[in-house]
Design a protein around this ligand. Structure first.
Ligand code: SAH
Length: 473
């Protein structure tokens, strides 16, 4: 079978090509890197094998030879393989080496080019790489310390110089370019996490480049085009503000999109993780209603009990929960406007105790998290229902690493959508200079008790209310 070397684009999942996306949706195996956008993996079909060959801590780094071997082996047993690479496969992506290995092994391959970060990231930061009357040359160069770039020669080309993989070497690069004759006041820009909701761009002069705080991945541009500022992404009421979203991994998307759309820089830091519990089998199988109060309960339900439960109607709390259910082909019959479980109880119909058979007519199944939620059960029982519930999962705090702690300390807002988020922030809560924006009074109280200096509470239990709280701060 064929191996497709597919460019995923620089970060915004919308920047993959139509052809690339089509292959991703139909292939048997995806072999992907660290810089390939994670959202794209969600496009693969059920049963597609996902192999992460991204860069890891040095000790366990996967070699290029091992990656080549995976590609060859999978293709040879008849699987169609997408090798998904950040940006364009042939721009500093080692895609050429992979193609050579495939050709050498007699495996068919095709290349689907992608939007390279060298051009796309700068476009998202408002910088056209060429501009009539300002720059008519584009040099794309690696800044990696192992490369043998002749910086003095690069300096002589003039025009626009775009440097990939140069973040950590930027001081030395700046000096070499100056030595080669590029004036020290030449405008530059450095764009981190371009085209993603984490995008941050900073402008400076060549002389200042070494001192600008920045971390990889970033694109550096040196040249007069850097003074053009056709910015459109980092605009909006929250431009220049950074927001940490502390939801469980995979659950942050909606909030990230909302804040990103307002121009904020969004950093997703999961502070909790879900642990699936051993679930006792059910005696009953037919229920009038099945109630879900979180997207996680939908997902765990479908991976554990779904086969043994039939519900006539489905009720959910929260838009995200409704979406999770819809992804299993079921539209929710009942959902309160707010994110609140109490509101679901309020709009829930009363059981009809006089109903004759079937017996399922007064029974609700409520698969739930081990933590809390007892009030829903009480509320539904008060309306005459018999509630059968099962604890499907629990949420445990995750310890943040140093980089994540630094991001929390450096950002303007930290969103807290569950009390368990606070636990993971633990001892640092009292030192956080930014504002904690809490979805509920409970989390706000916990935050204050732990010494948080600035706390905001959203007016409702909804993601939109969190965003409103930030906007009005
Ligand atoms: N094949 C890729 C480049 C791979 S080299 C492409 O065509 O874009 C990896 C380098 O690309 C990073 O060190 C960084 O310089 C740049 N890069 C990739 N994605 C980026 C992003 N979203 N924001 C900023 N730089 C990015």
């Amino acid at each position: 079978m064929t191996v497709y070397l597919v460019g995923a684009g620089p970060g915004d999942p919308g920047l993959i090509t139509v052809k690339g996306l089509e292959l991703l949706r139909t292939c048997d195996v995806v072999v992907y890197d660290r810089l390939a956008p994670g959202e794209l993996l969600a496009e693969t079909r059920a049963g597609c094998e996902l192999i992460d060959v991204g860069k890891r801590p040095k000790a366990s780094e996967i070699t290029q030879e091992a990656i080549n071997e995976i590609l060859v082996d999978r293709a040879k047993i008849g699987l169609s393989v997408v090798r998904l690479k950040g940006g364009d496969p042939y721009v500093f992506g080692r895609g050429g080496e992979e193609a050579q290995a495939l050709a050498h092994a007699g495996v068919d391959f095709e290349v689907v080019p992608g939007v390279t970060s060298a051009v796309g990231v700068l476009a998202y930061a408002g910088i056209p790489v060429t501009h009539r009357g300002i720059s008519d040359t584009l040099t794309i160069v690696t800044g990696h310390e192992d490369s043998n770039v002749d910086w003095e020669a690069v300096a002589k080309v003039t025009g626009t110089i775009v440097i990939l993989m140069g973040t950590t070497q930027r001081e030395a690069i700046s000096k070499s370019l100056q030595a080669g004759g590029v004036p020290q006041d030449t405008p530059c820009a450095i764009v981190e996490w371009g085209t993603t909701t984490r995008q941050r761009s900073q402008r400076c002069t060549l002389a200042e480049l070494g001192q600008i705080p920045a971390r990889p991945p970033a694109v550096i541009v040196v040249g007069q085009v850097s003074q053009l500022n056709l910015a459109w992404l980092e605009r909006g009421p929250l431009a220049g503000k950074s927001v940490v979203v502390t939801r469980t991994k995979g659950r942050a998307g909606e909030l990230t999109r909302l804040f990103g759309g307002l121009g904020a820089r969004v950093l997703e830091i999961p502070t909790t993780q879900t642990e699936v519990l051993d679930v006792a089998p059910l005696e009953e199988s037919e229920f009038e209603w099945v109630v879900f109060s979180s997207p996680t309960s939908v997902e765990v339900f479908y991976s554990t009990l779904a086969g043994s439960v039939v519900g006539s109607h489905y009720a959910v709390v929260g838009q995200a929960t409704a979406q999770a259910l819809a992804s299993h082909g079921i539209a929710a019959d009942l959902m309160p406007d707010s994110f609140s479980a109490q509101d679901l109880v309020a709009i829930f119909p009363h059981a009809q105790p006089t109903n004759p058979e079937p017996i399922s007519s007064n029974r609700i199944f409520y698969p739930k998290s081990q933590i809390g939620r007892e009030r829903i059960i009480k509320g539904l029982e008060n309306k005459g229902w018999e509630v059968v519930s099962r604890d499907l999962y629990t949420t445990v705090p995750l310890k943040l690493d140093e980089q994540q702690l630094r991001e929390v300390m450096g950002c303007d807002f930290i969103t807290i959508t569950a009390s368990s988020n606070i636990e993971s922030l633990g001892e640092i809560v009292s030192e956080i200079p930014g504002t904690l924006v809490c979805m509920g009074e409970q989390s706000a109280q916990d935050a204050r008790r732990l010494g948080a200096k600035k706390v905001l509470v959203a007016r409702h239990q909804s993601l939109n209310a969190i965003v409103e709280a930030v906007l009005s701060a």
